[in-house]
Design a protein. Structure first.
Length: 290
C-alpha cells in the first residue's frame, strides 16, 4: 500500500488542570522537513515529537504545534522564611548612616528569592510531560493512518491513469495511419509531387526511406509499454515509491512528446495529445505519493 504525503492528525487531553492538544499537518515535499512550534519551556518534548515523526515518515513537509490551556487560578505563593530571617539579621548588624531610613519588611520582601511562586508543582509537571509524550505516540499513528487513507485513494486514481495510458498506447499501435500501405501511399504522393520539380528520383527514394524511418514510432510505443510495466510493479510493491513514479512520469512525458513530433497523420497526433494530457495528470498525482 502506498501513502500520500498529505495528512492531518490531532491528539488532545487533560493533565491535571492543564488542557493540551498536539496538531500536525503534512503536505508534499521533495524530502522530509519537520517544523515544530511549542510554548516556551516545552522544547524538549517538541524535539521528542520531531524525532518520532522523522523516524516514521519518509517524505513530506510537516507543521507540528502544541497548544496548552491553563485555568485562570491564583498562583500559590510562599515566603522563604529562612532567607528572610537571614536578611533581617544581616541588616540589623549594619549601622545605618544618618539620613537613610532603616530597612523595612516590605523592602526585604521585595528582594528576589524571598517570595516564591509555585505555579505548577513538580508532580504536575512530570505528569504533563508524560501525557504529552503519550500524545505524541497517538499523533504519529493517526498521521500515518491519515496519509495511508489518502494513499489508497491515490492508488486507485493512479491505476486508472495508467490504464488510460495503456489504452492510448494500444490505440497508437493500431492506428490506421501506421499501416504499411498507408505509409507507402503518403510517401508515394510526396515523391510524385517532388518528382515534378526535376529532382533525382534515386535521391527522392533515399529521402523517402529516411522519412519513413523517422516517422516510425515503434520504439516509443515499446518504451511506453516498458514504463507501464515498471509503474504497475511499483504500485503493487507499495511503500515509498513516489520518487520512482515521478521519474517514470517524466519518461512517459518524453515518449508522448516524441510520439506527437513523429506523428505524420492527424489521427495519430490526436492520440499523442490525449496521451500527453493523461501523462500530465499522472505526474501531478504521483507528486503527492510518499
Amino acid at each position: 500500500m502506498i501513502s500520500s504525503m498529505t495528512g492531518f492528525a490531532r491528539a488532545a487531553g487533560t493533565s491535571g488542570p492543564v488542557q493540551w492538544a498536539w496538531e500536525v499537518r503534512s503536505v508534499n515535499g521533495r524530502g522530509l522537513d519537520v517544523r515544530v512550534r511549542v510554548p516556551n519551556g516545552f522544547e524538549a518534548v517538541g524535539e521528542v515529537a520531531r524525532t518520532a515523526l522523522q523516524k516514521t515518515l519518509g517524505r513530506g513537509q510537516c507543521q507540528l504545534s502544541l497548544g496548552l490551556t491553563r485555568p485562570e487560578t491564583a498562583a500559590r505563593v510562599r515566603v522563604n522564611e529562612a532567607l528572610l530571617a537571614s536578611l533581617a539579621e544581616a541588616v540589623a548588624r549594619v549601622p545605618v548612616p544618618e539620613g537613610i531610613a532603616p530597612a523595612t519588611m516590605d523592602g526585604l520582601l521585595g528582594i528576589r528569592g524571598v517570595i516564591e511562586s509555585d505555579e505548577q508543582p513538580a508532580a504536575e509537571a512530570e505528569s504533563l510531560a508524560r501525557d504529552l509524550a503519550e500524545g505524541v505516540v497517538r499523533l504519529v499513528a493517526d498521521l500515518v493512518e491519515s496519509r495511508r487513507a489518502e494513499g489508497r485513494q491515490l492508488q486507485e486514481i493512479v491505476a486508472g491513469q495508467l490504464h488510460a495510458i495503456a489504452e492510448l498506447t494500444m490505440a497508437a499501435e493500431g492506428c490506421p495511419a501506421r499501416r504499411p500501405e498507408a505509409v507507402r501511399e503518403r510517401l508515394a504522393a510526396s515523391v510524385a509531387a517532388l518528382s515534378e520539380t526535376g529532382l533525382d528520383p534515386e535521391r527522392l527514394h533515399q529521402e523517402a526511406v529516411l522519412l519513413a524511418a523517422k516517422a516510425d514510432v515503434r520504439e516509443e510505443l515499446d518504451r511506453l509499454r516498458a514504463h507501464l510495466s515498471a509503474a504497475g510493479d511499483l504500485l503493487a510493491a507499495g511503500g515509498a515509491v513516489g520518487r520512482r513514479l515521478d521519474f517514470l512520469s517524466q519518461e512517459f512525458g518524453r515518449e508522448a512528446n516524441t510520439l506527437c513530433a513523429k506523428a505524420n497523420d492527424v489521427s495519430l497526433s490526436r492520440i499523442g495529445l490525449d496521451l500527453k494530457a493523461v501523462v500530465e495528470q499522472f505526474r501531478e498525482q504521483v507528486q503527492n505519493i510518499e
